[in-house]
Design a protein around this ligand. Structure first.
Ligand code: 13P
Length: 249
C-alpha cells in the first residue's frame, strides 16, 4: 500500500513571519491526517519553518538544490546545506526551473542522485506542455523524462523517489487534467519504471499529480488508482484551503 503524500509548493511566496503564522494555523487542522503533509518553502523560510513544525506532523522541504557539495556556485544551495538544518524533502526539476533556470534532464538526474545519497526525500517533477499533449506526444515525453531522471539509480533508490506528474498546461492556469487523463499518464510513468526496474519497484513508487489542485477536485484526483496525492501550488498558500485538500477524504 503506497502512502499518500500531499505537498504544498509555495514557490516564491511568504516571508518567515508569514510562514510561521501559516504553520500555526495549519498544524491543528491536519494533526489527524493519515497522509504525509509536506510544505516546500523558500530557502529563507526553511529554518524558521523547521523550528515551527516541531511537535507537529508537518514536514519541511526545499524547492531546489545544487548537485555539488560546495564550491564556486554563487547563489546556490547544496543538498548538504539542506540536510544540515534538518530539511527532509526537496523538489527537483520543477517545470518552472526547467523553463526559466536552465534545468535539464541531466541536472535533474545529478540532483536526484545527490539528494538520495544524502537521505533527502526527492520529489522529481515531470510533465508535458500543451503543445506536446495536443500533438499526442505526452506519453513519449513523460516516459523519456522518467527514464532520464532515474538513469543509473539502483532499485532501492528508485523506491525512495517521489515523482510528481505536473502537466505544464495545468500549472497555475486553473485548468486541471481530468482525473482519467492524470491517472492514465501516471500509469504510463509506472509502466516505464516497471520496464526498467520490475513490478515490485513500480508498484511502490509514490507518484503525485500537480496542476491546479484545489479542495474541490482533490478527492476525485486522489482516489484514482495510481495517483498517490498531490503537489499543490496556488492552493497551498491558504492554510484553510490546504487543510481541506489534506483532509480530502
Ligand atoms: P498550481 O497548483 O498553482 O497549479 O501549481 C502546481 C505546481 O506547480 C506545484 O508544484
Amino acid at each position: 500500500m503506497r502512502k499518500k503524500v500531499i505537498a504544498g509548493n509555495w514557490k516564491m511566496n511568504k516571508l518567515p513571519n508569514e510562514a510561521m503564522n501559516f504553520i500555526s494555523e495549519l498544524a491543528p487542522l491536519v494533526k489527524s491526517a493519515e497522509n504525509e503533509v509536506v510544505l516546500c518553502v523558500p530557502y529563507t523560510d526553511l529554518f524558521y519553518s523547521l523550528l515551527h513544525v516541531q511537535d507537529t506532523n508537518i514536514k519541511i522541504g526545499a524547492q531546489n538544490m545544487h548537485y555539488e557539495e560546495s564550491g564556486a556556485y554563487t547563489g546556490e544551495i547544496s543538498g548538504e546545506m539542506l540536510k544540515s538544518i534538518g530539511v527532509e524533502y526537496v523538489i527537483i526539476g520543477h517545470s518552472e526551473r526547467r523553463a526559466y533556470f536552465g534545468e535539464t534532464d541531466e541536472t535533474v538526474n545529478k540532483k536526484l542522485k545527490k539528494a538520495l545519497s544524502l537521505g533527502l526525500k526527492p520529489i522529481v517533477c515531470i510533465g508535458e506542455s500543451l503543445e506536446q499533449r495536443e500533438s499526442g506526444e505526452a506519453k513519449d515525453i513523460v516516459t523519456m523524462q522518467t527514464k532520464l531522471a532515474l538513469e543509473g539509480l539502483e532499485s532501492d533508490a528508485v523506491e525512495k523517489t517521489i515523482i510528481a506528474y505536473e502537466p505544464i498546461w495545468a500549472i497555475g492556469t486553473g485548468k486541471t487534467a481530468t482525473k482519467e487523463d492524470a491517472n492514465e499518464t501516471i500509469k504510463w510513468i509506472r509502466e516505464e519504471i516497471e520496464k526498467i526496474y520490475g513490478k515490485k519497484v513500480s508498484d511502490s513508487v509514490i507518484i503525485l499529480y500537480g496542476g491546479s489542485v484545489k479542495s474541490s477536485n482533490a478527492k476525485d484526483l486522489f482516489e484514482m488508482s495510481d495517483i498517490d496525492g498531490g503537489l499543490v501550488g496556488g492552493a497551498s498558500l491558504d492554510a484553510q484551503e490546504l487543510a481541506k485538500i489534506i483532509n480530502y477524504k
